[in-house]
Design a binder for this molecule. Structure first.
Ligand code: SAM
Length: 237
């Protein structure tokens, strides 16, 4: 009795592990956020399995039934359109319900957009905060005020249509000189990692409207100079 959560490529089809492919071939049912999107990946790797839709609009209704099927012995794997299920994607509800029902849950290590973006940014990554998407309307100001005080590097998922607005608002709340990095189209042909201050990035993308998928990494309020961790020191001793 087990639910597998399987990370899938965020752009480059080669970014999938051998174990992910093996498990996708072994399960009885693959739960996919968008069956049409996932069918391209599955066809590419010649995986011919029953695929059921599992997304934010049906997960509340289907979770109970899925948990029952897994506990009766059906082998299931959950994938999302891209990256790791549960990371700004469906996965949490089913994971929680399986754990509650005593079903083992295993998320395979694999692609997710925020890790390469964080590392590429060159901003401190010894401690960081994942913020996902900023609220569009309600709660946006409150979140921006909180982020202004946030001491560590933080990560936002962003749409190309809202990038300039977000950069301008972040510059307003956090200060124009705060360092940041825009990672666009990670792992794809036109991957771009553009580093600069919030003001510089806002100006650049205003003049060059971005396309594609975007992760925005912003330095924390603690400063933008990389602290070299002292691995010799151990506070617990
Ligand atoms: N589950 C995914 C993960 O593990 O990263 C995230 C899914 S979320 C619905 C989609 C967002 O992830 C996009 O709007 C973008 O912010 C980010 N993203 C996904 N693929 C990306 C890529 N190749 N380059 C940059 N950002 C990407």
């Amino acid at each position: 009795m087990k639910l597998y959560l399987i990370p899938t490529p965020i752009g480059n089809l080669e970014d999938i592990t051998l174990r992910a492919l093996r498990i996708l071939k072994e399960v009885d049912i693959i739960l996919a956020e968008d069956t049409r999107t996932s069918s391209k990946l599955l066809r590419h790797y010649e995986i011919d399995k029953k695929v059921l839709a599992h997304h934010q609009f049906n997960e509340h209704k289907t979770t109970e039934n899925l948990v029952r099927q897994i506990s009766e012995g059906t082998k299931m794997a959950l994938i999302s359109d891209a990256g790791t299920p549960g990371i700004s994607d469906p996965g949490f509800l089913l994971t929680r319900a399986c754990i509650k029902a005593g079903i083992e849950v295993e998320c395979l290590p694999g692609p997710t957009a925020f890790v390469p973006a964080l590392v590429n940014s060159g901003l401190p990554c010894d401690r960081f905060q994942f913020e996902g998407f900023l609220p569009h309307k309600k709660g946006r100001q409150t979140r921006l005020k909180e982020l202004a005080k946030q001491p560590y590097t933080f990560i936002l998922y962003e749409s190309p249509f809202r990038l300039v607005k977000s950069l301008e608002q972040l510059a307003e709340y956090l200060g124009a000189e705060r360092l940041a990095c825009v990672s666009r189209e990670l792992s794809k042909i036109y991957e771009e990692n553009r580093r600069g201050t919030l003001a510089e990035l806002a100006q650049w993308y205003k003049a060059h409207p971005p396309k594609g998928e975007i992760v925005l990494v912003v330095a924390g309020a603690n400063g933008t100079v990389q602290e070299v961790p002292d691995y010799e020191e151990n506070d617990d001793e």
